[in-house]
Design a protein around this ligand. Structure first.
Ligand code: MG
Length: 176
């Protein structure tokens, strides 16, 4: 179905936990060995590699702000994610992580648009009207809507009240 919406000028914004890797409810992925890819991820990123202009991961990682892991530990996890996807014929162009606490003065977390605006600054060819946000929570869908993107929800046990443009159970369902 994605093919009906997009051409190679579109950008993909994608959440991490619960979308690329299995979410740990009530805790954080703090090391590479906690990071387990979701079903269909490699097939999806292989598809995305040839169908999207830019592929951007946007992830809230408050565990860093809470002192539960360091920024370099988070970066190791992200290197592992990016390299493993690359080995499997996929690609991630950039990863933005919001590591601040919820109530910090400078809040970069979704649903606020900060990480999207940062991406647009770093990659000026990104057009939000030709972008898709894929996530598993209200904050992902709101983030996408605020920036004028199309939104896709990955269904899970998370209670979601925002209405996405489309919803699926795994990333692999989008490869048509
Ligand atoms: Mg998530």
């Amino acid at each position: 179905m994605l093919k009906e919406w997009i051409d190679n000028s579109w950008t993909l914004f994608i959440d991490r936990d619960g979308v690329i890797n299995k979410r740990i409810f009530g805790d954080y992925v703090k090391k590479t060995t906690d990071f387990h890819f979701e079903k269909g991820v490699f097939e999806f990123f292989k598809f995305a590699n040839t169908h999207f202009h830019k592929i951007i991961v946007v992830t809230n990682q408050q565990g860093v702000g809470k002192g539960l892991m360091t920024l370099s530990e988070l970066e190791l996890i992200h290197d592992f994610m990016k390299n493993t996807i690359q080995i499997n014929s996929g690609r991630i162009d950039q990863i933005y992580a919001a590591t601040n606490l919820k109530n910090d003065n400078l809040d970069t977390r979704k649903p606020l648009p900060f990480m999207g605006l940062k991406a647009k600054k770093d990659f000026p060819t990104i057009d939000f009207t030709k972008s898709i946000m894929i996530g598993d929570t209200d904050s992902d869908i709101l983030f996408g809507k605020k920036l004028g993107m199309k939104t896709i929800l990955i269904n899970s046990k998370e209670l979601v009240t925002e209405k996405p443009d489309f919803s699926v159970s795994t990333l692999a369902d989008l490869i048509f």
